[in-house]
Design a protein around this ligand. Structure first.
Ligand code: NAD
Length: 485
């Protein structure tokens, strides 16, 4: 049995599949340009209606035994796996992901649901000391309706990582996926929870543009926003959320550094670096965006990385024979190429790539990148590896920190203790010693600092409990106290 049997065509999901108030949107395959289907889109009025339905539905959901919520989440986890091939097929065709990266998304999305199921059963409060004769405690209670706004690049994980824990903790959810990946990042999730037996009205999937996202943020019944996307849009979402006095979790862009010290094996380091910059065409917030290499090994590292780049096959992921698929659309490809071109004009040396055919961008290596060039200063979000050499480690620490972003950091060295000492001096939400910058698991508190986010976290029981609940202080006395009045 297929998960998506066509019920979604021309529709959005608001407890049931139905037409939205907006025009239908043609979802395109970046690999072939083929129209994969027209999905229904929402209007701000649809958001208002969904928030009302969600706010009604969440009361009974929160009152149910936790075992029932956990069971729905466990079934959802199983369904990611039993429908894996179909979902990966959508991810390949809709987002340009290669098969293995699609399977990684499906496996991690299932894990997100299993972790959320466990969260439904986890302790949710504390006993507090009191100088009064009373029981004093704090407990986490559902916030009500959670709004989730997700980007195109890793559509299933970046939606489910908030949807699953929010539901498990007794909330209802409105998910607004990016229009470009609204099938794998929206319709799939709606169909999956419907099949898992989630009661009607608790999950609404409303594809749309920024206006629909803004309506989700502004709706008075939506109490918490989990936003993943660009720093530019995150700033707007943060400002709007502040105006409406609501909590917002912002997971934004990055410009992450990989420090490569001269005591490492160059060939192995180049393989690690190639993965960090080229996996999923570099369209990952944690992508290795600057390779900072110690001078003694810099020339050999450039050659080794360029050899990797030159050998990676690029093409239609559905053929199963490529390492990189297409860039999501022309706008994104042109932004990548603009950064490469301007950086070369600024003095960077093109060691590999720098060319494209339609949406297929060759993995690119830029050496000797000036610290004022856009490949050094900006988030590229494409398969580009800018390399800069450094002499002393102190200089590398300054360079790695020389960015308003602070999402991920990798340090390659045989001296692990030194690696940890270096990491302490560079602001970053995620740090990997002897690995590149792209790492994610359902059990970890994920998030960035600076322009990469508000420092709040998704992932793991502790961070998710904080993210999607309110804290309530409760006291209980055995009898009425006597007051002087
Ligand atoms: P984007 O900011 O253009 O869009 C993300 C989502 O926000 C989409 O659903 C979009 O429709 C919506 N949106 C845009 N403007 C909005 C507004 N004013 N109000 C409400 N919603 C709005 O991002 P993108 O191009 O789809 O994704 C790429 C960006 O996302 C990169 O910068 C990347 O680094 C970042 N990202 C961050 C993480 C993380 O966890 N830190 C993960 C993945 C991607």
């Amino acid at each position: 049995m297929t998960l998506l049997d066509g019920r979604w065509i021309g529709k959005l999901y608001s407890g049931e599949w139905k037409p939205g108030g907006g025009k239908t949107h043609d979802v395109l395959s970046p690999a072939t340009g083929e129209v994969l289907g027209a999905i229904g889109t929402a209007t701000p009025e649809d958001v208002t209606d969904a928030a009302r339905v969600a706010n009604d539905a969440r009361v009974e959901w929160a009152a149910r035994p936790y075992t029932e919520r956990a069971a729905v989440l466990r079934r959802a986890g199983d369904l990611w796996k039993s429908h894996a091939d179909e979902i990966v097929d959508w991810l390949m065709r809709e987002s340009g992901a290669i098969g293995p990266f699609g399977h990684f998304q499906v496996t991690t999305s299932a894990e997100e649901c299993y972790e959320a199921a466990a969260l439904a059963a986890a302790p949710y409060g504390e006993l507090l000391r009191s100088h009064e004769q009373r029981l004093s405690m704090s407990r986490h209670v559902p916030v009500g309706v959670v709004g989730v706004i997700s980007p195109f690049n890793v559509p299933t994980i970046l939606a489910i990582r908030a949807v699953a824990p929010a539901l498990a903790l007794g909330n209802a959810v409105i998910l607004k996926p990016d229009l470009r990946t609204s099938i794998s990042g929206g319709a799939v999730i709606a169909a999956l929870f419907a099949e898992a037996g989630l009661p009607e009205g608790l999950l609404h999937v409303l594809p749309g543009g920024a206006d629909v996202g803004e309506a989700v943020v502004a709706d008075p019944l939506v109490r918490v926003i989990a936003f993943t996307g660009s720093t530019r849009a995150g700033r707007a979402v943060g400002a709007l959320a502040a105006q409406h006095l609501k909590r917002v979790h912002l997971e934004l862009g990055g410009n992450s550094a990989l420090l490569i010290l001269d005591d490492v094996d160059i060939e192995k380091a180049a393989s690690v670096g190639a993965w960090g910059s080229f996996v999923h065409m570099g369209q990952i917030c944690m992508a290795t965006s600057r390779h900072l290499v110690q001078t003694g090994i810099a020339a050999d590292y450039v050659s080794a990385l360029a050899a990797h780049a030159d050998h990676l096959p690029v093409g239609d992921p559905t053929t199963g024979t490529v390492a990189l698929g297409p860039i999501i659309d022309e706008k994104q490809r042109d932004a990548i190429h603009g950064i490469v071109t301007r950086s070369v004009m600024a003095g960077a040396r093109l060691a590999a790539g720098g060319t494209y055919d339609d949406l297929y961008y060759r993995p690119t290596v830029l050496a000797d990148v000036p610290r004022t060039a856009p490949a050094y200063t900006d988030e590229i979000f494409g398969p580009v590896a800018p390399i800069v050499a450094f002499d002393a480690v102190e200089e590398a620490i300054r360079m790695a920190s020389d960015t308003p972003y602070g999402l991920s950091l990798g340090i390659l060295t045989t001296d692990v203790t030194r690696g940890l000492e270096i990491a302490e001096q560079i602001p970053s939400g995620l740090v990997h010693i002897n690995d590149q910058t792209v790492n994610d698991e359902a059990t970890v508190p994920f998030g960035g600092v600076g322009n990469s986010g508000t420092g709040s976290r998704h992932g793991g029981a502790k961070a998710n409990l904080e993210a999607f609940t309110d804290v309530q202080w409760i006291t209980v006395r055995g009898s009425l106290p006597a007051y002087p009045f």
